[in-house]
Write a protein that binds this ligand. Structure first.
Ligand code: PGA
Length: 247
């Protein structure tokens, strides 16, 4: 059985005070379920607050970060080492988000290094892949994504969680039709071969309370990576409550 994962990606949102307020609103609305992993990928500055609050309240949320460097320590101004994340109780880390690729020069090769370093420290990467509108119009969805996967997963023994996030659907309200997301996830699973069967595959891109049921109903969707709608504790609780244990 594959595990179900509902991950919120807060991006560059929420101070420590806002994180605390989110948890206070979220906790009474969320009904945790065995077999459904709920993750909050917060800014680095909120990770300690998140971990501390979870430890104090027993809320079964997993802590995630949004980037990780591959070196143990060193002269890499502005980056965060994997051990630093582990120390803060981090379990997951988003790697290769399209915003990192688009705005910060992330390449498949650096994504690969980050995935491997994260895993070496016991972190579970959430590896993001996805095509632009132009690539989709040129009929290159599969070839593009398979290329991203092959390069990002070079020398990776254990597959990470993989999130399919069509770039044109991120933050646009232009959700990929659930059946189309399912089709691409099936192609990804097939491309991963023997290892694909057990891998947790997520969909991301304009997931909301109003479309979560239809998205999660798709056979290949093991969960979602939620941006904007994860900022609202009521809506994120609604999304988390819609999930059911693994397929
Ligand atoms: P969105 O973002 O839900 O706001 O579209 C998704 C993501 O970027 O992970």
């Amino acid at each position: 059985m594959r595990s179900t994962t509902i991950a919120g990606n807060w991006k560059m949102h929420k101070t420590q005070a806002e994180t605390k307020a989110f948890l206070q609103e979220f906790a009474p609305r969320w009904q945790p379920q065995g077999g459904v992993e709920v993750v909050l990928c917060a800014p680095f500055t909120a990770l300690a607050m998140l971990s501390g609050a979870i430890a104090a309240t027993g809320l079964p949320v997993a802590v995630g970060a949004q980037n990780v460097h591959w070196a143990e320590v060193g002269a890499f101004t502005g980056e965060i080492a994997p051990g630093m994340l582990v120390e803060l109780g981090t379990k997951y880390v988003v790697v290769g988000h399209s915003e990192r690729r688009q705005f910060f020069g992330e390449t498949d090769e650096t994504v690969n290094q980050r995935v491997r370093a994260a895993q070496a420290h016991g972190l579970t990467p959430i590896l993001c892949v996805g095509e632009t509108k132009a690539l989709r119009e040129q009929g290159q969805v599969e070839s593009w994504i398979f290329g991203q996967l092959d390069r990002a997963l070079a020398d990776v023994a254990t597959l990470p969680v993989i999130a399919y996030e069509p770039i044109w659907a991120i933050g646009t309200g232009d959700t990929c039709a659930p059946a189309e997301a399912n089709r691409v996830l099936a192609a990804i699973r097939n491309h991963l071969g023997d290892r694909g069967g057990d891998t947790t595959l997520l969909y991301g891109g304009s997931v909301k309370g109003s479309n979560i049921a239809e998205i999660l109903a798709q056979a290949e969707v093991d969960g979602v990576l939620v941006g904007g709608a994860s900022l609202d504790p009521q809506e994120f609780a609604q999304i988390a409550n819609a999930a059911r244990p693994g397929k």
